[in-house]
Write a new protein. Structure first.
Length: 369
């Protein structure tokens, strides 16, 4: 019995030591395996400094480095890498899961990704601006000039300057895009120190019903508010007979900048004066897995006398019935608008994380009937 007990004790001791050693090893290896190296390599041939910033999926910046290559220590999870110089930027979204990773990217001053969007069967193109002539067509667009703070306590002045709106060509594809650029004069984060552009088609391109679409690469950042939308042609702001919201407003695309959730969410909305002559709005939204600013997307509405349908890249995300008399505003002609606002009551305001200039790239705008 004594020998058996000694053997049992020795066996118990050996097993205990093995378990402790295993636990230590597992704890150590677990700690090591949960931390991975993200190696970033950027194809870049410009002379201006290149900056790399890594954010987690809440929008919190984890690390920032300069140069064409860098290593970041990361845990498992979802991340956004911002690659930028003083002219342009790109966002790369990715997930780290269980291993080191090498991320390769390129940054050129201006590229337009390939486009395979289709309006669907039964639609005929009635009007478009493809921005392939190298200039903004005055027959289509007016640069609306407005003082800072005119709407929503926004900080930007809307100018008639080509510094805030122009067409740039992708020489590789002979394709162009209209760029709406919000700029900061560096004199303090407050109203009046920012300029941008508000492009409108009033008295030039006006429609009642149809499929209205645009292919856009939106900017991103706290307090940045790009939009593609429509207003009733009878609005007093441009010489009509009624004030907003009695004219009606159709927001085809709005995106407010800031954290991860905001940057990946598009909003589609109607604003109107209801039967009690009070402002009312209805709408929906859609979120995708990466920042909307990471690439071009097609934002569209399909509009007739009974309903408006919103789609992102051809996928419906909201439908609004407008058959009631309170929606009479939406049975009249509307004109198109494209703009980038800086700050405002809804998005909040830029802070030290917001970079300038901010650019919205519009590959094309089309109307189908």
């Amino acid at each position: 019995m004594i020998k058996i007990r000694k053997k049992a004790f020795l066996l118990f001791t050996l097993i205990t030591m093995l378990l402790i050693l295993s636990a230590c090893n597992n704890g150590s290896s677990g700690k090591v395996s949960s931390i991975h190296t993200l190696t970033v390599q950027v194809d870049y041939n410009e002379s201006s400094p290149l900056n790399l910033k890594l954010y987690d999926n809440t929008g919190k910046m984890i690390a920032a480095k300069e140069g064409e290559s860098a290593e970041f220590e990361v845990e498992n999870g979802a991340y956004n890498l911002k690659i930028y110089n003083n002219q342009t930027s790109k966002i790369r979204s990715f997930i780290i899961s269980g291993s080191d990773r090498i991320l390769t990217a390129s940054l050129s001053d201006f590229t337009i990704s390939s486009d395979n969007w289709s309006p669907g069967s039964g639609w005929t193109l009635d009007w478009s601006d493809e921005f392939n002539q190298g200039v903004i067509e005055s027959a289509n667009w007016t640069r609306q000039e407005l003082a800072a703070g005119t709407f929503n306590n926004e900080w930007q002045e809307y100018t008639g300057s080509s510094a805030n709106s122009h067409v740039q060509m992708d020489l590789d594809s002979n394709n162009g895009a209209m760029i709406i650029q919000a700029k900061y004069n560096g004199q303090g984060l407050e109203r009046g120190n920012f300029t941008s552009a508000r492009m409108i088609t009033n008295e030039k391109v006006e429609y009642k019903y149809g499929k209205i679409a645009a292919r856009i690469k939106v900017p991103e950042g706290q307090g940045i508010w790009p939009a593609f939308w429509m207003l009733g042609t009878n609005i007093s702001e441009t010489g009509g007979s009624v004030d907003w919201p009695a004219c009606g407003e159709i927001d085809i695309m709005e995106k407010i900048g800031g954290n991860y959730e905001k940057e990946r969410t598009v909003h589609g909305t109607v604003h109107f004066a209801n039967e009690n002559h009070q402002w009312e709005y209805l709408g929906g939204s859609k979120s995708i897995s990466e920042y909307l600013s990471a690439d071009y997307h097609v934002y569209e509405v399909e509009w007739n006398s009974d309903r408006i349908i919103w789609r992102l890249d051809g996928e419906e995300y909201h439908r609004q019935d407008i058959k009631g008399s309170e929606f009479d505003e939406f049975r009249k002609p509307f004109y198109l608008l494209l703009n980038v606002a800086v700050g405002g009551e809804w998005p909040g305001y830029p802070d030290s994380t917001t970079e300038f200039p901010q650019k919205m790239y519009v590959d094309w705008v089309r109307v189908y009937k």
